[in-house]
Unconditional design. Structure first.
Length: 136
């Protein structure tokens, strides 16, 4: 018996990565319940709606959890790893750069930007002054 395998080309995850690679960071938003969805999915995890549209988030977020991975300088040096709560709702794993890694605390305000590591475009965050919204 031959089974037909359904190959998904250009699924939500690829669409997401293609957008980031084009410096166009967008995340999905449900057209029914209007909740933002991340990571990319084919259906809204809240209501099951299959129509998700891509929207550009503000990029503003709050550090939910943070850690520093200690690495020797020849391996790239210390690196931050954080969970960031976007103001739009979703929580995503990323890294905070351009910062004193030891000074990053839960609750800090951060702003997303698209950076590049080893030729790959990635959404990263920088600290912002919570009173002015400006980069620290
Ligand atoms: Zn929904």
């Amino acid at each position: 018996m031959k089974t037909e395998e359904k190959v998904v080309v250009g699924g939500p995850d690829k669409q997401y990565r293609d957008r980031v690679a084009a410096s166009n960071w967008q995340i999905q938003c449900c057209t029914a319940c209007e909740k933002f969805v991340f990571p990319p999915r084919v259906a809204c995890p809240s209501c099951g709606n299959l129509e998700l549209e891509w929207k550009t988030p503000s990029g503003a977020g709050t550090v939910y959890s943070t850690t520093t991975m200690r690495r020797p300088a020849e391996a790239g040096g210390d690196q931050n790893l954080s969970l960031i709560d976007l103001v739009e709702g979703p929580r995503l794993m990323s890294r905070i750069v351009d910062a004193d890694l030891d000074a990053i605390e839960c609750g800090d305000q951060v702003q997303a930007f698209i950076g590049e590591i080893k030729g790959e475009a990635l959404v990263m965050f920088r600290p912002v002054d919570s009173t002015t919204g400006e980069a620290k």
